[in-house]
Structures are given as structure tokens and as C-alpha cells.
Design a protein around this ligand. Sequence first.
Ligand SMILES: [Fe+2]
Length: 365
Amino acid sequence: MRFPSFINTSRTIFTPFNMRHLLIALPLLIAACGTPAPEPGTGTTPPPPREVNVYSHRHYDVDQQLFDQFTESTGIKVNVVNAGGDELMARLEQEGAKSPCDIFITADAGKLGLAKTRGLLQAIQSSTLEANVPAHLRDPQGEWFGLTMRARVIAYNKNKVKPAEIATYDALTAPRWKGRVLVRSSENVYNQSLLAALIARNGPDAAETWAKGIVKNMARAPKGSDTDQLLAVAEGIGDVAIANSYYIGKLMASTEPEKQKARETIGVVFPTFDGTHTHVNVSGGGVAKHAPHKAEAIALLEFLSSDAAQQRFAEGNKEYPVKAGITPAAELIAFGTFTPDTLNLEALSRFNAEAVKRFDAAGWR
Ligand SMILES: [Fe+2]
């Protein structure tokens, strides 16, 4: 397996040592060899530059902007490796105690929990993170912390559907929706986490019955991303779609003609399990088990949970802040309000394997 190389925030790519570097470095090396080390107390050896190494599944501009801001305010350089969550976990496992990774960031609480189970993270104590991140959106042992929140909602065709008809996740299994439901594959972790939450709430059999009901009503065999489901609603391929809230926020903010057309058609409902609570998930991060820069890693996670960073995540990526008192993006406020489920998201990894099994039993590809 090939892994991507480190990219640092100043956009410098580490390249093999070449002749030009050698010519620049040689006189410096000679000078350094001829210079005796300063006597204790008489000279100052500058401390090595502070840095923090991030393995991230997220690839958004807003993340890079926040890392740059962090560097500006602390002097700590942020080096980022971007790859898929599973790939990064495999890399962490392979590198073991020699891993340079300080923070693992991914876009699903189930995956964060999996990283914990595989022994890739370590527990940290931070009163800042504990104050900024609600208890149900972080690991009870402090191995990972949610940094942005998203709701898994239902988008609908405003010309064909009344929002009251789809007030719950269960409503989508009613016979009236036959051939009208759009949703991506069960291989997608957002769907696995939704089903894991249903298992936690109602038990595995009820969750499987729900999955079977959705399969029966699908407008087409699952394919594409959440955004593809939204566009398919606008195209009339189906009338209701399950998608994460930020994809809808981004669609509403988009300047692309296809998406601008779609946003005139699409409305949003926050479905509930029980008349009150809507399924939420997080993007988040944890300190790696063998982090060489643990203090810097904690400082970066704390920064990402701060008011300023939470506001940037909200505006830049249309994600809900995890921290109380931060205003969501205008595009999300327009959809209305909802009550997030208070299930500790640790359950999403605990029931992931069961969710995958039940999806298979239901025939949800
Ligand atoms: Fe996503």
C-alpha cells in the first residue's frame, strides 16, 4: 500500500535532497562543524521548531485555513497527511510506536470509536475540550472529541411532498414511498452510523425491519454520494433523499447552475426517531497513541473547539458547531431547528458490526 507524503501548511512539498540543496547546505554544515557547542549558561541553542502532525480524512479548505491560523497564533507548524479514514488507521497500525502522527481526524464517530478500539488513540484530559464539547459528542474516556456536528436529514421535493409526511425516519418505510426514496450505499459509514443509532435505540431487529422497509421503497439501487441523492431529487428520480445536513447547506450556497436549480426544488426535514430527537454524527479527532508532540496535539484540538474555529467550521463548511452559543450558517438556520439525539456517539462504533450485518440481511447494497 502506498501512503501519501507529508504536506506542510506552507504548501512546501518535501522533495528528495538534490544538488541545489547540497550547494546551499554545504557551507552551513562546514560552519556548524567548526563552531563549538555553547557552554552551559553562556550561549543559547534555539529550541527545535514546534510542530504537530495530523492524519486527516477531512480535505476541506476551512480545515487548512484553521491550521494556518493556529500556526500564526502559536508558532506551531501543522503538517497534514490526507487520506481515507481506513487507510490512515492502517498506516497508524503499520507505523506502530514509530508513528509521527499526533492527531487522527476523521468524519464519523463510528470510525473514531474504531480507532480507539484498535488501540490507535490515547486518553487525554483537557478541561477546555470538556467544556467546549458536549459529553455525548466525545469519547467517555477522552480518546476522541467531536469538533463539528451534522444531522442526517431528509431532503424532499417541495412540489410533491409535504414535510409532515416525513417527520420520522420510520415514515420513509410506509408503502406510499414505494419507488421514491433515494439513499446511498450501506457501505457508507454515515448510513452505518444511522443504523447503529437505530440499533442502540430500538434494538437490532427493529433496525433491520427499518432497513428492509427502506430497501423496498428505494427509487433506484444505491449509488453516488449524498449530494448525488439531492440532485436526483431535483431531477425527479425520487422524491425524498437521506443526506447529511452540510451537503444541503453547501448546495444552498453553491454557485454551480445545476445546484442552484436543485435548491429551488429541495426542502429539508429533521426527521426524528421518536417525535423529538434527530440522528447526529460528528467529525472529530483524537491524540494518537504514540504522539511525539502530545502537548501541541492537545493545543490544536483545543483551538479547533474554540469559538473562532467553531464559527469558521460553521460558515466555511456548513457544519453545526459542537460548542454551545455559536451561530450555525445562515443556510442551515433557514431549514429550522432540531433537537440532536443525546445518545453518546460511542455507540456508533459499538454497534457498527451489527449494523453492517443487518444491512446485509436487509439486502441494502
Ligand atoms: Fe461527508
